[in-house]
Design a protein around this ligand. Sequence first.
Ligand SMILES: C[S@@+](CC[C@H](N)C(=O)[O-])C[C@H]1O[C@@H](n2cnc3c(N)ncnc32)[C@H](O)[C@@H]1O
Length: 298
Amino acid sequence: MLQIVSEANLDTTAVPVADEQDARGRLIVGDARRVLAGFPAQAFHACVTSPPYWGLRDYGVEGQIGAEPTLDAYISDLVLLFREVRRTLRDDGTLWLNIGDGFTSGGRTWRAPDKKNKGRAMEYRAPTPEGLKPKDLLGVPWRLALALQADGWYLRSDIIWHKPNCQPESVRDRPTRSHEYVFLFSKSERYHYDVEAVRERTADGKGAKNRRSVWSINTEPYGGNHFAVFPTELVRVCMAASTPKDGLVLDPFFGSGTVGQVARDHGRRFVGIELSEEYAELARQRLASPKAPRRSNR
Ligand SMILES: C[S@@+](CC[C@H](N)C(=O)[O-])C[C@H]1O[C@@H](n2cnc3c(N)ncnc32)[C@H](O)[C@@H]1O
């Protein structure tokens, strides 16, 4: 059963004992920075999340992360937010952070609405960060990863999420981008990682080997009006490695609720935070629909 709570009516001390209220999942509608600050320490086994990318999409809600005027401000907003996530993780907890990159705007300061993709319509484009040139790759994933490492996280793995079905790009002076990063961070030197749960098949298909750091996973179409969902299979692997059955997973950027769906389908509990009422409603509808077919019994 999903419980939906608005930030204003939140009794955050109740969050880690959500199961006592017969709720396997809770969705809190509000700004993750404020909501997290009210949570007790050591509550979650893992956080699996995908923050908004910088300057890429306008979710049209005040307080949204990703609309900062500078790249430095965006990185520092995320470092502060994930500091709170670290506090709320158990000492053996992990953070799985999916983050994509972008290019400098080359001096353009606005982007016209895209009729096919409403989420791409921005009232502005972020200015080219100091020290970068037009057409430069921003390097957001590594800037963020190193800033989080400097803030105290253990950076344990940089996973390449390879998208075999990536969008074509009309570029003629560089390869088409077909990957994003997923960083694995831990709170402590030793942490929960179920190596058996995430083994992958050997090339001859006869055995299993330790999971590699390049994951080829197709993006999944999602019918709702949200444009940055991550695939359920990607989330499933992160969750299988980092949570026991009935473990409690956090997603502070819940969007359409992919983390909630995977948690529900694989016997985990979840807490999602989402700023936009509209996306929270999408997540509610998604989580009200029947359970997806099971891929794994882990
Ligand atoms: C990349 S999307 C997440 C998509 C999600 N992983 C999914 O599969 O649907 C990022 C989400 O973060 C939300 N968001 C932006 N700023 C936020 C904030 N300050 N607090 C909570 N959510 C926020 C946006 O509304 C958006 O839905």
